[in-house]
Design a protein. Sequence first.
Length: 322
Amino acid sequence: MTTDLLTRPDARLWTPENLEILDDVTRREFLAGLAAAGLLAGCGTGGPAGPDTGAAAGTRRIDTPLGPVEVPAVARRVAAMNYFGPIAFDLGAPLVTRSQFPLSWKQDDPRYTGLPVADTADEVALPEQLLLARPDVILALTFQVDGVRDEVARIAPIVEVPDEFGNDWRAMWRMTAQACGLDPVDQRLSDIETRAAQLGAVGSAAILRPRPDGQFRVYRPNSFCGELLDLAGFDLLRLDPDEPTGVFATLAAENLDEIQAARIFVWTTDANAKDGADLSTNPLWARLPAVEAGQVHVVGEHWIGYDVESVDLILADVARAV
Protein backbone atom coordinates (compact mmCIF):
# COMPACT_ATOMS: atom_id res chain seq x y z
CA MET A 1 0.00 0.00 0.00
CA THR A 2 1.31 3.40 -0.84
CA THR A 3 2.04 5.83 1.93
CA ASP A 4 -0.32 8.47 0.53
CA LEU A 5 -3.19 6.55 2.10
CA LEU A 6 -1.64 7.13 5.49
CA THR A 7 -1.35 10.86 4.92
CA ARG A 8 -4.56 11.56 3.02
CA PRO A 9 -6.79 14.33 4.46
CA ASP A 10 -9.28 11.76 5.70
CA ALA A 11 -6.71 10.70 8.30
CA ARG A 12 -7.66 13.80 10.28
CA LEU A 13 -10.70 11.81 11.40
CA TRP A 14 -8.36 9.67 13.48
CA THR A 15 -7.46 11.94 16.37
CA PRO A 16 -7.44 11.54 20.16
CA GLU A 17 -10.34 14.00 20.34
CA ASN A 18 -12.45 11.85 18.01
CA LEU A 19 -11.58 8.72 19.95
CA GLU A 20 -12.82 10.42 23.12
CA ILE A 21 -16.08 11.11 21.35
CA LEU A 22 -16.31 7.44 20.46
CA ASP A 23 -16.04 6.64 24.16
CA ASP A 24 -18.92 8.96 25.08
CA VAL A 25 -21.46 8.56 22.28
CA THR A 26 -22.39 5.97 19.74
CA ARG A 27 -20.35 5.61 16.58
CA ARG A 28 -23.47 6.50 14.60
CA GLU A 29 -23.88 9.83 16.40
CA PHE A 30 -20.18 10.52 16.03
CA LEU A 31 -20.25 9.97 12.28
CA ALA A 32 -23.37 12.12 11.95
CA GLY A 33 -21.49 14.92 13.68
CA LEU A 34 -18.55 14.51 11.32
CA ALA A 35 -20.87 14.55 8.33
CA ALA A 36 -22.43 17.77 9.55
CA ALA A 37 -18.94 19.26 9.76
CA GLY A 38 -18.24 18.17 6.18
CA LEU A 39 -15.55 15.67 7.15
CA LEU A 40 -17.23 12.67 5.60
CA ALA A 41 -18.27 14.23 2.31
CA GLY A 42 -17.80 11.80 -0.56
CA CYS A 43 -16.49 9.00 1.64
CA GLY A 44 -18.63 6.09 0.43
CA THR A 45 -17.51 2.53 1.05
CA GLY A 46 -18.18 1.17 -2.43
CA GLY A 47 -18.96 -2.24 -0.88
CA PRO A 48 -21.92 -4.57 -1.21
CA ALA A 49 -23.27 -3.79 2.24
CA GLY A 50 -25.27 -0.80 1.01
CA PRO A 51 -26.38 2.08 3.24
CA ASP A 52 -25.31 2.17 6.85
CA THR A 53 -28.56 1.07 8.44
CA GLY A 54 -26.96 0.08 11.74
CA ALA A 55 -26.65 -3.33 13.35
CA ALA A 56 -29.68 -5.43 14.03
CA ALA A 57 -31.20 -4.70 17.41
CA GLY A 58 -29.36 -6.35 20.26
CA THR A 59 -26.08 -8.13 20.67
CA ARG A 60 -24.95 -11.63 21.47
CA ARG A 61 -21.86 -13.16 22.99
CA ILE A 62 -19.73 -15.56 20.98
CA ASP A 63 -16.78 -17.63 22.11
CA THR A 64 -13.43 -17.19 20.39
CA PRO A 65 -10.03 -18.80 21.09
CA LEU A 66 -9.09 -15.56 22.86
CA GLY A 67 -12.23 -15.30 24.95
CA PRO A 68 -15.86 -14.18 24.60
CA VAL A 69 -16.79 -11.18 22.44
CA GLU A 70 -20.03 -9.20 22.22
CA VAL A 71 -21.09 -8.82 18.59
CA PRO A 72 -24.24 -7.55 16.87
CA ALA A 73 -27.11 -10.03 16.72
CA VAL A 74 -26.76 -9.84 12.94
CA ALA A 75 -23.82 -7.90 11.51
CA ARG A 76 -24.73 -5.28 8.90
CA ARG A 77 -21.25 -4.01 8.08
CA VAL A 78 -18.30 -6.40 8.30
CA ALA A 79 -14.60 -5.59 8.09
CA ALA A 80 -12.69 -8.82 7.54
CA MET A 81 -8.91 -9.15 7.34
CA ASN A 82 -6.67 -11.74 5.67
CA TYR A 83 -8.40 -15.06 4.91
CA PHE A 84 -11.47 -13.87 6.79
CA GLY A 85 -12.22 -11.49 3.90
CA PRO A 86 -12.82 -13.93 1.01
CA ILE A 87 -14.46 -16.41 3.37
CA ALA A 88 -16.92 -13.79 4.61
CA PHE A 89 -17.52 -12.59 1.05
CA ASP A 90 -18.36 -16.08 -0.23
CA LEU A 91 -20.54 -16.90 2.77
CA GLY A 92 -22.64 -13.82 2.07
CA ALA A 93 -21.51 -11.45 4.83
CA PRO A 94 -22.06 -7.71 4.11
CA LEU A 95 -18.41 -6.73 3.66
CA VAL A 96 -17.38 -3.07 3.76
CA THR A 97 -13.59 -3.59 3.44
CA ARG A 98 -11.17 -6.08 1.99
CA SER A 99 -7.58 -7.03 2.68
CA GLN A 100 -4.72 -5.99 0.46
CA PHE A 101 -3.71 -9.66 0.36
CA PRO A 102 -3.83 -10.48 -3.38
CA LEU A 103 -6.41 -12.96 -4.59
CA SER A 104 -6.02 -13.50 -8.31
CA TRP A 105 -9.14 -15.68 -8.57
CA LYS A 106 -11.35 -12.81 -7.35
CA GLN A 107 -9.89 -10.08 -9.55
CA ASP A 108 -12.79 -10.29 -11.99
CA ASP A 109 -15.45 -9.68 -9.34
CA PRO A 110 -15.99 -5.93 -8.83
CA ARG A 111 -18.13 -6.61 -5.78
CA TYR A 112 -14.92 -7.72 -4.07
CA THR A 113 -12.25 -5.64 -5.79
CA GLY A 114 -14.37 -2.52 -5.43
CA LEU A 115 -14.23 -2.67 -1.64
CA PRO A 116 -11.84 -0.27 0.11
CA VAL A 117 -8.61 -1.74 1.47
CA ALA A 118 -8.24 -1.43 5.22
CA ASP A 119 -4.76 -2.79 5.86
CA THR A 120 -1.14 -2.15 4.93
CA ALA A 121 0.99 -4.13 2.52
CA ASP A 122 2.01 -6.19 5.58
CA GLU A 123 -1.68 -6.80 6.31
CA VAL A 124 -1.74 -4.73 9.49
CA ALA A 125 -5.06 -3.00 10.12
CA LEU A 126 -5.35 0.70 9.29
CA PRO A 127 -7.60 2.25 11.96
CA GLU A 128 -8.32 5.38 9.92
CA GLN A 129 -9.63 3.32 7.00
CA LEU A 130 -11.70 1.11 9.28
CA LEU A 131 -13.23 4.19 10.85
CA LEU A 132 -14.29 5.45 7.44
CA ALA A 133 -15.85 2.08 6.60
CA ARG A 134 -18.02 2.14 9.76
CA PRO A 135 -18.07 -1.62 10.48
CA ASP A 136 -20.11 -3.06 13.30
CA VAL A 137 -17.76 -6.05 13.66
CA ILE A 138 -14.13 -6.64 12.67
CA LEU A 139 -12.57 -10.07 11.99
CA ALA A 140 -8.79 -10.36 12.20
CA LEU A 141 -5.81 -12.51 13.06
CA THR A 142 -3.66 -11.38 15.97
CA PHE A 143 -0.75 -10.08 13.88
CA GLN A 144 -3.12 -7.75 12.04
CA VAL A 145 -4.19 -5.83 15.13
CA ASP A 146 -1.06 -6.02 17.27
CA GLY A 147 0.05 -2.47 17.96
CA VAL A 148 -3.29 -0.94 16.92
CA ARG A 149 -5.69 -3.08 18.95
CA ASP A 150 -6.89 -0.28 21.22
CA GLU A 151 -7.64 2.03 18.30
CA VAL A 152 -9.40 -0.68 16.32
CA ALA A 153 -11.44 -1.84 19.33
CA ARG A 154 -12.88 1.67 19.69
CA ILE A 155 -14.38 1.39 16.22
CA ALA A 156 -16.17 -1.96 16.55
CA PRO A 157 -15.89 -5.28 18.39
CA ILE A 158 -12.90 -7.32 17.24
CA VAL A 159 -13.34 -11.03 16.65
CA GLU A 160 -9.65 -11.83 16.94
CA VAL A 161 -8.09 -15.26 16.58
CA PRO A 162 -4.46 -16.39 17.03
CA ASP A 163 -2.35 -16.51 13.88
CA GLU A 164 -2.15 -20.31 13.96
CA PHE A 165 -5.97 -20.47 13.97
CA GLY A 166 -5.77 -19.26 10.37
CA ASN A 167 -4.36 -22.66 9.34
CA ASP A 168 -7.72 -24.33 10.02
CA TRP A 169 -10.04 -23.38 7.17
CA ARG A 170 -13.04 -25.19 8.64
CA ALA A 171 -12.67 -23.32 11.92
CA MET A 172 -12.28 -20.05 9.98
CA TRP A 173 -15.55 -20.71 8.15
CA ARG A 174 -17.35 -21.51 11.40
CA MET A 175 -15.97 -18.45 13.19
CA THR A 176 -16.89 -16.17 10.28
CA ALA A 177 -20.47 -17.43 10.17
CA GLN A 178 -20.80 -17.19 13.93
CA ALA A 179 -19.34 -13.68 14.16
CA CYS A 180 -21.51 -12.33 11.34
CA GLY A 181 -24.75 -14.03 12.35
CA LEU A 182 -24.86 -16.16 9.19
CA ASP A 183 -26.31 -19.63 8.78
CA PRO A 184 -24.11 -22.42 10.22
CA VAL A 185 -21.65 -23.88 7.71
CA ASP A 186 -21.63 -27.49 8.88
CA GLN A 187 -23.86 -28.67 6.03
CA ARG A 188 -21.64 -26.87 3.51
CA LEU A 189 -18.59 -28.59 4.94
CA SER A 190 -20.30 -31.98 4.85
CA ASP A 191 -21.28 -31.40 1.21
CA ILE A 192 -17.65 -30.61 0.35
CA GLU A 193 -16.50 -33.88 1.91
CA THR A 194 -19.10 -35.76 -0.13
CA ARG A 195 -18.15 -34.02 -3.38
CA ALA A 196 -14.46 -34.67 -2.80
CA ALA A 197 -14.99 -38.36 -2.00
CA GLN A 198 -17.03 -38.78 -5.17
CA LEU A 199 -13.97 -37.85 -7.24
CA GLY A 200 -12.56 -41.30 -6.43
CA ALA A 201 -8.91 -40.31 -6.46
CA VAL A 202 -6.42 -43.10 -5.73
CA GLY A 203 -2.68 -43.40 -5.36
CA SER A 204 -0.04 -41.06 -4.06
CA ALA A 205 0.18 -37.34 -4.80
CA ALA A 206 2.38 -34.40 -3.92
CA ILE A 207 1.68 -30.65 -3.87
CA LEU A 208 4.82 -28.82 -4.93
CA ARG A 209 5.22 -25.06 -4.88
CA PRO A 210 8.40 -23.68 -6.46
CA ARG A 211 9.88 -20.66 -4.69
CA PRO A 212 11.91 -17.79 -6.16
CA ASP A 213 14.85 -18.78 -3.94
CA GLY A 214 15.12 -22.15 -5.73
CA GLN A 215 13.62 -24.17 -2.89
CA PHE A 216 10.24 -25.90 -2.88
CA ARG A 217 7.35 -26.05 -0.49
CA VAL A 218 5.77 -29.47 -0.23
CA TYR A 219 2.32 -29.08 1.30
CA ARG A 220 1.16 -31.46 3.98
CA PRO A 221 -2.24 -33.10 4.56
CA ASN A 222 -3.04 -30.50 7.23
CA SER A 223 -2.84 -27.63 4.70
CA PHE A 224 -5.97 -26.30 3.01
CA CYS A 225 -5.24 -27.84 -0.39
CA GLY A 226 -3.75 -30.93 1.27
CA GLU A 227 -6.94 -31.62 3.18
CA LEU A 228 -9.00 -31.40 0.00
CA LEU A 229 -6.73 -33.87 -1.79
CA ASP A 230 -6.89 -36.15 1.22
CA LEU A 231 -10.71 -35.97 1.15
CA ALA A 232 -10.62 -36.80 -2.56
CA GLY A 233 -8.78 -40.05 -1.78
CA PHE A 234 -5.14 -39.25 -2.52
CA ASP A 235 -2.37 -40.49 -0.26
CA LEU A 236 -0.53 -37.20 0.08
CA LEU A 237 3.26 -37.32 0.26
CA ARG A 238 4.65 -36.63 3.74
CA LEU A 239 8.27 -35.53 3.94
CA ASP A 240 10.35 -35.36 7.09
CA PRO A 241 9.16 -32.04 8.54
CA ASP A 242 11.44 -29.05 8.87
CA GLU A 243 8.59 -27.15 10.53
CA PRO A 244 6.79 -29.74 12.67
CA THR A 245 3.67 -27.62 13.22
CA GLY A 246 3.53 -25.99 9.79
CA VAL A 247 1.44 -26.77 6.75
CA PHE A 248 4.40 -27.41 4.45
CA ALA A 249 7.92 -28.82 4.46
CA THR A 250 10.76 -27.00 2.72
CA LEU A 251 12.74 -28.99 0.14
CA ALA A 252 16.05 -27.94 -1.40
CA ALA A 253 16.45 -28.22 -5.18
CA GLU A 254 19.12 -30.89 -4.82
CA ASN A 255 16.62 -33.07 -2.94
CA LEU A 256 13.88 -32.93 -5.55
CA ASP A 257 14.13 -36.69 -6.04
CA GLU A 258 12.33 -37.10 -2.69
CA ILE A 259 9.08 -36.36 -4.55
CA GLN A 260 8.27 -40.03 -5.11
CA ALA A 261 4.55 -39.63 -5.82
CA ALA A 262 2.42 -40.93 -8.68
CA ARG A 263 1.00 -37.45 -9.34
CA ILE A 264 2.40 -33.99 -8.76
CA PHE A 265 0.32 -30.84 -8.52
CA VAL A 266 2.64 -27.90 -9.23
CA TRP A 267 1.18 -24.83 -7.60
CA THR A 268 2.31 -21.60 -9.19
CA THR A 269 1.40 -17.94 -8.83
CA ASP A 270 1.98 -14.92 -11.02
CA ALA A 271 5.04 -14.18 -8.92
CA ASN A 272 6.71 -17.57 -9.31
CA ALA A 273 5.17 -19.09 -12.45
CA LYS A 274 8.57 -18.81 -14.16
CA ASP A 275 10.04 -21.07 -11.49
CA GLY A 276 7.39 -23.68 -12.25
CA ALA A 277 8.17 -23.48 -15.96
CA ASP A 278 11.89 -23.94 -15.25
CA LEU A 279 11.53 -27.18 -13.33
CA SER A 280 12.79 -29.06 -16.37
CA THR A 281 16.21 -27.47 -15.90
CA ASN A 282 16.65 -29.52 -12.73
CA PRO A 283 18.23 -32.85 -13.81
CA LEU A 284 16.26 -34.66 -11.09
CA TRP A 285 12.90 -33.50 -12.44
CA ALA A 286 12.75 -35.75 -15.52
CA ARG A 287 13.43 -38.84 -13.40
CA LEU A 288 10.51 -38.35 -11.02
CA PRO A 289 7.79 -41.05 -11.32
CA ALA A 290 5.01 -38.53 -11.94
CA VAL A 291 7.01 -36.77 -14.67
CA GLU A 292 7.86 -40.04 -16.41
CA ALA A 293 4.18 -41.04 -16.32
CA GLY A 294 2.94 -37.66 -17.57
CA GLN A 295 1.05 -37.01 -14.34
CA VAL A 296 2.13 -33.44 -13.59
CA HIS A 297 -0.70 -30.94 -13.21
CA VAL A 298 -0.02 -27.20 -13.01
CA VAL A 299 -2.54 -25.39 -10.81
CA GLY A 300 -3.08 -21.79 -9.81
CA GLU A 301 -2.90 -19.48 -6.84
CA HIS A 302 -6.37 -20.47 -5.65
CA TRP A 303 -4.73 -23.47 -3.96
CA ILE A 304 -3.84 -21.11 -1.11
CA GLY A 305 -7.59 -20.60 -0.91
CA TYR A 306 -9.68 -20.98 2.23
CA ASP A 307 -12.80 -19.49 0.65
CA VAL A 308 -15.76 -21.27 -0.94
CA GLU A 309 -14.74 -20.37 -4.50
CA SER A 310 -11.23 -21.79 -4.10
CA VAL A 311 -12.69 -25.07 -2.81
CA ASP A 312 -14.74 -25.33 -6.00
CA LEU A 313 -11.71 -24.49 -8.16
CA ILE A 314 -9.44 -27.02 -6.44
CA LEU A 315 -12.00 -29.81 -6.70
CA ALA A 316 -12.39 -28.96 -10.40
CA ASP A 317 -8.58 -29.21 -10.80
CA VAL A 318 -8.61 -32.62 -9.14
CA ALA A 319 -11.53 -33.81 -11.30
CA ARG A 320 -9.54 -32.95 -14.42
CA ALA A 321 -6.50 -34.80 -13.09
CA VAL A 322 -8.12 -38.12 -12.15
